[in-house]
Design a binder for this molecule. Sequence first.
Ligand SMILES: *Cc1c(COP(=O)(O)O)cnc(C)c1O
Length: 676
Amino acid sequence: MKQAFFITATDTGVGKTIVTSVLGVLAQEHGLRVGVMKPVQCGGDDAQFLKKVLRADDDIKRINPYFVKDPLSPHLVLSRAKIKFDIKKVKKEFSYLKEKYDVVFVEGAGGFLVPITDNYFMADLVKDLDLKVIVVSRLGLGTINHTLLTIEQIRQKGLHLTGVIFNETKKEAKGIPEKTNPFSIQQLSGVSILGQIPFLKKLNRRHIQEKCSGPIDIKRILKSFPIKKTVELVDDDKKYVWHPFTQMKDWTNGQPLIIDKAEGSFLIDSDGNSYLDGVSSLWVNVHGHNHPRMNRGIIEQLNKLDHSTLLGLANSPSIELAKKLVKIAPKGLEKVFYSDNGSTSVEIAIKMAYQYWQNIGCTKKRKLVHLANSYHGDTLGSVSVGGIDLFHKVYRDLIIETVKVNFPDCYRAPKGKKYPDYAFECLDKFETILKREYQDIAAFIVEPIVQGAAGMIIWPKGILKRIETLCRKYDIIFIVDEVATGFGRTGKMFACEHEKVHPDILCLAKGLTGGVLPLAATLTTKKIFDGFIFDYETQKTFFHGHTFTGNPICCAAALANLEIFGKEKTLKSLHPKIKFLQKELQKFYDIKCVGDVRQKGFMVGIELVKNRSTKEAFDWKEKAGIKVCEKARERGVILRPLGNVIVLMPPLSISREELKILCDVTYWAIKEVLEV
Ligand SMILES: *Cc1c(COP(=O)(O)O)cnc(C)c1O
């Protein structure tokens, strides 16, 4: 496997050249062919030295394409010397070296954000050459700040950070900072510490080997042997864990990524590499990972009451949360029934609606209506009201009969029909059925405005309102499943607000706890609630409940989530980011195989097609979506597709800069995989 690393440092004079020499020599001793490069050098003889110590037979102009004598910032000296920097030249030499060697170490000049020209930084070069970054730090007071700032920048740019190496620049006694720096930096940043190079009296190969092969584990750095912990975890995962929605045959043949930590918009794997969480850990995370206020809320509750049941008892977080949910939910929803995931919130909604009619004596009203291509979860009840063939076909005999309303996918209308008119036409057709059968129909369930799992299908304006009107007109319970769209995802707290609709039942989960703990809620009106208020002997109780219903820790997380919405004005600061995202998404149409780009707030679907003019889809066996997401992972972005639709659904707290990375990497990945 070919490898290329960039060696940068927290400052000049920290010892990049020493570290590059050490890594190079150790890798050679490990039996690898090692190339070296110093693209820009201002003063000194680093490149000559590297060439010598690593016994490289390459021309010095190849190792060091840009050399100026003055020890100043590259952007200054290059312009003073009237030398025009051209990244293409660097790329050409680098490609040659990468072809020739097993591993190439590229040494920077100065720190990570050193300008090479007025608008091109060392960081851009790292990105353009697609290098993994190793940061060299010194020990001692002040280094924590410098190192963390460098790490922060590398992560913000979405680059692959291998870890930090400490270099002892002087021979001296170690005080408290020197002894604790590496541990502190690892604790605070989650980055791997790759070792500590002792002060080297001489810089020859023998001395390097003698002094450094112990403290520096070159095999681990090169990942020709990933670190032991990862190897063991991967083995045990394959041995013991059955993953959801996963063909385990492929999984067992693959190399699973093990997530060990998370911070803000980033997930960090067991080797210390960070990845941008492009789909909010499956559509749930709201305020970023490891948010201090979320953590505090959970820990405080944990220290008070871990769990107590709602069957026969009450607890304070579930009471406080119910009150707050009623306050922010669409008007009319006054009662909260808890469960622990989106599917159960839907089961509860269905059973509630069904039993309501039974309880009040309209016993004929038993049928459930849903859109043909909807998704409401994976338990049998919620599968009954779903229609994604790939997920649901096998279970068809196990589920209840329903009424399916045909509905277009907003990109493809049947021949001769025009979108969005056709969407309204579908509902008109449904009304003719309703006229005939409304006395048999109990409820209509929808995902409002955005049908997530169906491929991020976005409704034209007015559809949601029209469905509400139909439900009112024909006395049908209107169930809105906001498991995915709730908590800001579409730009408003709830998608219902876009068209001012007032459901009879509302399902919430995913973002309810900020995406941190499993909790769901089914909200309903006083009218439906009253349909269950009878004498005990009538047996009209709502016979439903899960063991962990209303768990106090989960409710505390949900309270912290709502508190952050208020304190950080999450929705207000979201709007400019939605606009920015909208602008960034336009460029995807430059790619031929992008057929449609859909966005509602922070829910995005990019549909890949074989032929844009005919809208011909990629065969699912081609795995176009999966391949693009795998490619994005190489550049440190985690995505998960829905068939041929690439989904972007970042945490609401994502920064503009990170959002740009998300779009850039996705764009690049689609081009890499599908454009020949
Ligand atoms: C994810 C989802 C569900 C199911 O939620 P789980 O917590 O996975 O059971 C239900 N409805 C919608 C709209 C969803 O997106």
